[in-house]
Design a binder for this molecule. Structure first.
Ligand code: AP5
Ligand code: ZN
Length: 215
């Protein structure tokens, strides 16, 4: 299956993607995680992306699209993938369509995680991520680790993302409304959009998404 996850920052895309990718046996491809890995390895791509991410702006398409394409062309993605955070504007959605069309492939569904703004602000403010693996995501209140600051899964150190400060989050939400939301209509017009209410327990949301994909 080839699936796209959309939703505002903090909606739970990364959290859901980890479970859905496992259930569906497809790789989880997060452009945010790819950028963060490049930044921590201090690659040239990471150096180019960092200032945009720190400001909460989109990294330019000429950097992002090539990186996403390279990842989708890896051998583990030939039979499907779950995209998290890509595409993030209409030109990226068009580039993805072209890429898939050239390979004689198509998307199966676009899942839109729907949550109110107050809730996403709370989710982002309390988020803590493991330094060893960005799939190990916690929340100080909603998904607290057993020992404060320590990952339950691997014992790694938990940290708060640089772009999770209040001012940057405000800009990320603004960027989401102006640049990313238009892709919802783009995919609705293609008959691919499925809206998933993303309030409630993590497992409930996963179940809603799995049920929607079976239809
Ligand atoms: P990216 O890493 O994609 O960030 P984002 O879209 O802002 O999304 P988040 O990672 O903040 O949230 P999420 O929806 O994954 O939520 P999570 O599961 O962690 O992008 C970062 C930056 O990279 C961008 O600003 C941009 O600069 C750049 N970038 C990335 N892709 C790009 C692209 N395609 N083009 C250009 N630039 C790009 O959950 C949040 C918290 O809530 C966690 O603590 C979690 O434990 C908790 N939680 C989750 N579900 C629930 C629940 N059901 N109940 C209670 N708590 C929950
Ligand atoms: Zn960990």
């Amino acid at each position: 299956m080839r699936i796209v996850l959309v939703g505002p920052p903090g909606a739970g895309k990364g959290t859901q993607a980890a479970f859905l990718a496992k259930n569906l046996s497809i790789p989880h491809i997060s452009t945010g995680d790819l950028f963060r890995a490049n930044i921590s390895q201090n690659t040239e791509l990471g150096q180019r992306a960092k200032a945009f991410m720190d400001a909460g702006d989109l990294v330019p398409d000429e950097i992002t699209i090539g990186m996403a394409k390279d990842r989708m062309e890896q051998p583990d993605a030939v039979n499907g993938f779950l995209l998290d955070g890509f595409p993030r504007n209409v030109s990226q959605a068009e580039a993805l369509d072209e890429m898939l069309h050239a390979a004689n492939m198509k998307l199966d569904a676009v899942l839109d995680l729907e949550v109110e703004e107050d809730e996403v602000v709370k989710r982002i403010a309390g988020r803590r991520i493991c330094r060893n693996d960005s799939a190990h995501v916690f929340h100080v209140e909603y998904a607290a680790p057993k020992v404060e600051g320590v990952c339950d899964t691997c014992g790694g150190e938990l940290y708060q993302r640089d772009d999770d400060s209040e001012a940057t989050v405000r800009n990320r939400l603004e960027v989401y409304h102006t640049q990313t939301e238009p892709i919802i209509d783009y995919y609705k017009a293609q008959g691919l959009l499925v809206t998933i209410p993303a309030l409630g327990e993590v497992a409930e949301v996963t179940q809603r998404a799995m049920d929607a994909l079976k239809k």
